[in-house]
Ligand binder design. Sequence first.
Ligand code: SAH
Ligand code: SF4
Ligand code: F3S
Length: 434
Amino acid sequence: MGDAKKLFIKTYGCQMNVYDSERMAESLISQGYVTTDRADDADMILLNTCHIREKAAEKVYHELGRLRPLKTAKPDLKIGVTGCVAQAEGAEIMTRAPMVDLVVGPQSYHRLPGMTDALARGERVLDTDFPEEDKFNHLGARPKAARAPTAFLTVQEGCDKFCAFCVVPYTRGSEVSRPADRVLDEARDLVERGVREIALLGQNVNAYHGHYGGLAGLIGDLAKIDGLLRIRYTTSHPNDMDDALIAAHGECDKLMPYLHLPVQSGSDRVLKAMNRKHTADHYLRLIERIRAARPDILISGDFITGFPGEEEQDFEDTLALVRAVEYGQCYSFRYSPRPGTPAAERGQVDEAVSMDRLHRLQSLLTEQQRRAQDAMVGQTVGVLFEKPGREPGQMGGKSDHLHAVHVMGEVPVGEMRPVRITESLTNSLGGVLV
Ligand code: SAH
Ligand code: SF4
Ligand code: F3S
């Protein structure tokens, strides 16, 4: 005995899960755990799961099956399922997978330390409550270890929008914003530990109301932190892009010229059926106003093809919207019926049809992404250097527009330097330090 217990966390899904995994690890480290990147070495394994699209639960059971031999070889090994599948199917996981010791929903992570005592007594624990208290206030101080130059910081959780296709309002609960002073303290602490870029996270981050000035007010205060060089935020809903936030894109130098603003469809009929509460035209006018504030901003989005009731004409409307916007980055998905959501009960679009639409959409989006990347050649952009590049003598980082960039030369990790872009490669840009 005497050896510290080892913790392995496997993270699926969105950036909020990445942030949650960090916070869970830190909270268990304060209980005497150390982290490991090998499942076969661990005393506790947590699967931090995502429920957004199809086969989410199946993937979890499959992964559990793969872990079974480890559990057989080491009966003291504790296996936990956390995240959105835990929230959606917690009780079922407990019944279907007796090898699972722990199921915890996303709003109960602060109770983990107490749960480890129960686990040590050989009990199984299920906690999928939505407690009154804010989990982040109860997670304890973050440790002081040095950090990579970029970090996520969750400022808002949950969603009250109830888009007809989406599980998030059910798995993450209703919208909650963390108070600005807590966020600012955490940001200062991250900067002291070497962080230079912070991505503010929330399922509806631009609905943030923990600051009297909303998200724009929070960004304004964050920008005053010396040593913090860049700020971005994700994910936003078009209806919550207020005037102050749009203006911030023109006024705040530290706010990156990058905005992920999903629209899902370009057809008003489909947008209505999705319960998005805005039209395609509203979205296009919004993009115009954002571009007026910050002309070089790179717009990113999400689309769903084959939503119930989508006809060929609706899909053509989506292609037309994509052509009007010119995306610099985009994610697109085939609609996947999620149990418990309204759209899952409706007549479904034929799989081959929605797959074909997805491919057509993706080829247009890929073209646009390539154009946006190629257009950087000849420009000078700020690059935050993160790690050595693939070739010897190279350093790599991300540009203000979030393109991967590499240069020849030595730049310390965490420094931001101007780089003149000289070539556009498959997935990255090459440049020279200026
Ligand atoms: N809160 C964010 C995104 C949440 S989920 C927003 O409002 O935009 C991330 C993306 O997954 C969504 O933008 C959507 O494009 C996709 N998505 C969500 N549910 C889906 C489903 N049932 N089928 C296919 N794609 C889905
Ligand atoms: Fe899901 Fe819509 Fe909420 Fe985004 S806004 S998390 S897509 S319900
Ligand atoms: Fe997935 Fe939950 Fe994030 S469903 S996308 S992990 S909020």
